[in-house]
Design a protein around this ligand. Structure first.
Ligand SMILES: [Zn+2]
Length: 86
């Protein structure tokens, strides 16, 4: 699998729509603070609020992967001279 699938999903603040959050990377249970409006979220709360958005991004990622895989397979077949693909 290629590394660029490893992208992160952007979470949005419900109050100001900001995407910058301050959080302690060392501690998963620490709250997340919006850099735009200083609203504090629990990590789980923020993920829940962004659930639809996360699902949409996941679908997009999946279709991107599928497209890449298809392209790779096409390329692979093109390299084999005895198989022609229309
Ligand atoms: Zn905010």
């Amino acid at each position: 699998m290629k590394d660029n699938y490893n992208r992160s999903i952007t979470l949005h603040c419900e109050t100001c729509g900001g995407t910058d959050f301050r959080h302690d990377d060392e501690d998963d249970s620490s709250p997340v603070t919006c850099a735009g409006c200083d609203r504090e979220y629990l990590r789980s709360e923020l993920i829940e609020l962004n659930y639809e958005h996360i699902e949409a991004e996941k679908q997009e990622m999946l279709s991107e992967i599928q497209k890449d895989v298809k392209d790779d397979i096409k390329k692979m077949f093109k390299r084999s001279k005895w198989i022609s693909i229309k």
